[in-house]
Ligand binder design. Structure first.
Ligand SMILES: NS(=O)(=O)c1c(F)c(F)c(S(=O)(=O)CCO)c(N[C@H]2CCCc3ccccc32)c1F
Ligand SMILES: [Zn+2]
Length: 264
C-alpha cells in the first residue's frame, strides 16, 4: 500500500486516515503501569520450541524500510499460550544517537534503548501469517526490552554483523541460522500480557502481547551500530535517510487490563 512513516506528513498521527484500525481502542504499544496490573497466577512460563535448533536452513535478514527483519522457520513454535503459535519473523525498534529511547512499550513511563519483537501466528486456526494477521486471535508477539551492558551480546552479533550488507531499503542478506533462544532473556516466567495490535500500519487488533519483565543486554557499540547503519530509503534515492526512531507513541489502554505472570 501507500508508504507510511513514523514522522512527517504520513506520520503516525495520520495513520488512521489510510489505515482505520490504527484509530482503534485496543492499540499497541502501551505504557505498562505496574500500579495498574492484575496478577494472573494461571499464566504459565513461555516455552519456545525449536528455537535452539532451527535446522540448518539460513535465515533471510531484510531492511524493509521500517525495521530490520529476520525471517524465521515455522519449525519454531511457541507453547504456553492459549493456542500453538508458529514463528514468522522477528524485528527491532530503536532510537537514534540523538534520542537513545527506542523501545515501543514503556514500563512505568521508562523507555528502553531498543525492543525486540518476535511475531508468531496461531497455527491451530490459520494456515499462515497472511491469513492470521487480521484475526482477533491471529497473532502472538513476544517483546523484549534492551539495556546497555558492558560487553557485546554474541547472540545479537548474529544479526548486527550483517547490517552493513543491507544498509538500504529492500536489501537482503542470508544469515547462517543460530540459536534464537539466546535472543531472549533467561527468565521467560515473568512477563506482562495484554490484548493489542500491530504497532505499524495496518495496526490490526490481532496481537496477544507478551512483554518480558527482564531485559536483555547489548553493548553501547552494538546499539550505536543499530542506530547508525540502516537507511529507510533505497540505494537509488537521494538524500539517504537514516532508519531510526521506528517507535510508535504509547496508545491508550482504554478498557483493557494488563496482566502479569508474577507478583510485582
Ligand atoms: N511491531 S509489530 O506489530 O510486531 C510489527 C512491526 F513493527 C513491523 F514493522 C512489521 S513489518 O516488518 O512486517 C513492516 C510492516 O508490517 C510487522 N509485520 C507483521 C505484521 C504485518 C503482516 C506480517 C506479515 C509477515 C510477517 C510479519 C508481519 C509487525 F508485526
Ligand atoms: Zn515491532
Amino acid at each position: 500500500g501507500s508508504e507510511w512513516t513514523y514522522a512527517g506528513h504520513h506520520g503516525q498521527e495520520n495513520w488512521p486516515v489510510t489505515y482505520p484500525d490504527c484509530g482503534g481502542t485496543a492499540q499497541s504499544p502501551i505504557n505498562i503501569q505496574t500500579s495498574n496490573i492484575s496478577y494472573d497466577e494461571s499464566l504459565p512460563p513461555i516455552e519456545p520450541e525449536g528455537y535452539n535448533t532451527p535446522g540448518n536452513q539460513p535465515f533471510t535478514l531484510t531492511n524493509n524500510g521500517h525495521s530490520v527483519e529476520l525471517s524465521l522457520p515455522s519449525s519454531m513454535t511457541l507453547r504456553g499460550l492459549p493456542n500453538t503459535f508458529k514463528a514468522a519473523q522477528l524485528h527491532l525498534h530503536w532510537g537514534s544517537p540523538a534520542k537513545q529511547a527506542g523501545s515501543e512499550h514503556r514500563l512505568d513511563g521508562e523507555e528502553f534503548p531498543a525492543e525486540l519483537h518476535i511475531v508468531h501466528y496461531n497455527s491451530d486456526k490459520y494456515a499462515d501469517i497472511s491469513e492470521a494477521k487480521n484475526k482477533p486471535d491471529g497473532l502472538a508477539v513476544l517483546g523484549v526490552f534492551f539495556e546497555i551492558g558492558a560487553t557485546d551480546n554474541p547472540a545479537y552479533a548474529n544479526i548486527l554483523h550483517h547490517l552493513d550488507n543491507i544498509r538500504y531499503k529492500d536489501q537482503t542478506v542470508s544469515v547462517p541460522s543460530f540459536n534464537v533462544r539466546h535472543l531472549l532473556p533467561e527468565n521467560l516466567e515473568e512477563y506482562f500480557r495484554y490484548q493489542g495490535s500491530l504497532t505499524t500500519p495496518p495496526c490490526y487488533q490481532s496481537v496477544l502481547w507478551t512483554v518480558f519483565y527482564h531485559p536483555v543486554e547489548i553493548s553501547r557499540s552494538q546499539l550505536e551500530k543499530l542506530q547508525t547503519t540502516l537507511y529507510s530509503t533505497t540505494a537509488t534515492e537521494v538524500p539517504p535517510e537514516v532508519l531510526g526512531n521506528n517507535v510508535r507513541e504509547a496508545q491508550l489502554l482504554n478498557s483493557r487490563t494488563v496482566y502479569s505472570s508474577f507478583h510485582i
